[in-house]
Design a protein around this ligand. Structure first.
Ligand code: ADP
Ligand code: MG
Length: 448
């Protein structure tokens, strides 16, 4: 079979088996040959390459096996190795190719770039500042602090900054991490007695982008460490970008000296999108996924779902799945049936631990007593870990407190749960959709 035919067959298989994983840019991949039982698939864009390697290898390997009838695996390769197919030097022991442009443990979504971001009145300033910072890191606004409610595009903007900056300033060391990721690495370094490694690493970036920095307020020790990291970077003109669910002076328990550091550059807010922006976002998302959503359906969704943009995406996924199952086109009638009842009534303001317990037990059909017990069967460890992750995300409880609520567990157990869930969300599409549903439910409570 020739390489191009194999590519087309692979993509059509993936489209059938994993429709919601497909993106328009998948068309840019090229099959460069089969070497030692591996199909080498080339993609030049580093963020896309890394995403395919980390999140799609299994699905592509299965597709390769099913279209060729051979026991093949798929290896994604980048610009510098595609032409020399078969050169063993470019493949490391685990079959994953390395490249220097992206930090090893950094994964960002190829969807989150400026092209995929719709500008509206509620995010115009934040967007303009984000573009300026990615063009001139350290010289436009420093730090850039973006704040706003859940699902309003903060993570999308932060990752867009990284993607654009990486393509313009190829020699820069750029690192994106969630605040929880930063804290976990810090605590691990403390436990392993490797603080100097940690410090050298974090203080050597040219651009450090930390998402959900409000989580920092839960721990004094990490506030202290972050303060010094921040100062070192800032004083040597390195760019810092932060996001948060509240303005610096409204983050509870945040030390005054951090509040003032966070406020000394540009503080930009993202607000809920209006109707027209919502319609534009729906169309943009549909186009990225290569699916047709008629205008009346886009308007219908935008009327029905008006708080959290993640819900709009959920609606698109739902319609896409129904249309594939029924083999029908997406139309207004289908949309009415699928999302007509999703508007919720009164919304309490805060998420409590009880809310987390309720969502998790209902969703996984699990007993609360099991969740809090010592049982270690998978059917109960997964809901338990998800519960801990949700508690971490939606309540202001510390790791210790969350451990306490979940049957008197240690804070390291909670830390481990949070990390496990975050990794699984990236690697496992079905799991990540479950999490979207759960976070959708809980976000409704906070959107007020
Ligand atoms: P936050 O980090 O603020 O909670 P995210 O950045 O994760 O929100 O956004 C949630 C979803 O909404 C993402 O899929 C993101 O792409 C999408 N989104 C938010 N704002 C926009 C926008 N202005 N244009 C396009 N997509 C958006
Ligand atoms: Mg976010």
């Amino acid at each position: 079979m020739d390489n191009n035919q194999l590519k087309l067959d692979l993509l059509s298989r993936i489209k059938t088996d994993h429709p919601t994983m497909c993106r328009r840019w998948f068309d840019d991949i090229r099959v460069v040959g089969i070497v030692d039982g591996s199909v080498r698939v080339r993609i030049d864009e580093p963020v896309q390459l890394k995403y395919l390697q980390k999140c799609c290898t299994q699905q592509f390997s299965e597709a390769a096996q099913s279209v060729t009838g051979r026991l093949l695996s798929v290896i994604f390769v980048g610009e510098n190795s595609g032409a020399v197919a078969g050169d063993p030097a470019v493949i490391s022991g685990d079959g994953v190719e390395r490249f220097s442009e992206i930090e090893e443990d950094m994964l960002i979504s190829p969807d989150y770039n400026f092209d995929g971001f719709v500008i509206g009145p509620g995010n115009r300033l934040a967007h303009a500042a984000a573009t300026a910072v990615s063009n001139k890191p350290g010289r436009a606004y420093n730090p850039l602090f973006i704040h706003g409610g859940v699902g309003l595009g903060k993570t999308h903007l932060l990752q867009s900054i990284c993607q654009t900056a990486m393509s313009i300033h190829q020699s820069m060391r750029i690192y994106y991490v969630s605040c929880n990721g930063f804290m976990t690495q810090f605590l691990e370094a403390v436990q392993a007695g490797e603080m100097s490694l940690f410090r050298n690493r974090f203080r050597s970036f040219d651009m450090l982008v930390i998402d959900d920095i409000h989580d920092l307020s839960k721990r004094d020790q990490t506030q202290e460490e972050f303060f010094h990291t921040f100062n070192t970077l800032f004083q040597s003109g390195k760019q810092v970008v932060l996001s948060s669910d509240a303005a610096p002076n409204e983050i509870p328990f945040l030390e005054e000296r951090l509040v003032s550091r966070f406020s000394c550059g540009l503080v930009a807010c993202v607000e809920s999108p209006g109707f027209e922006t919502r319609v534009a976002i729906i169309k943009k998302k549909a186009s990225i996924r290569h699916i047709e959503i008629p205008d009346d359906v886009a308007s219908y969704i935008a009327t029905k779902l008006d708080s959290n943009i993640r819900q709009l995406e959920g609606a698109i996924t739902k319609l896409q799945s129904i249309s594939l199952l029924d083999n029908s086109v997406i139309d207004l009638q289908m949309a009415r049936g699928a999302i007509g009842n999703e508007l919720l009534g009164d919304r309490p303001k805060h998420v409590s631990i009880q809310d987390v317990f309720d969502s998790v037990t209902v969703f996984y059909d699990a007993k609360l007593s099991d969740l809090l017990s010592k049982k270690r069967h998978k059917s109960i460890t997964v809901p338990r870990q998800v519960g801990m992750w949700l508690a971490r995300k939606y309540t202001r409880f510390s790791l210790e407190e969350i451990g306490g609520y979940f049957g008197g567990r240690d804070h390291t157990t909670v830390m481990h749960a949070v990390k496990t869930v975050e990794q699984k969300m990236v690697a496992d599409e079905l799991f990540s959709r479950d999490i979207d549903l759960l976070t959708g439910q809980l976000s409704d409570k906070t959107d007020g």
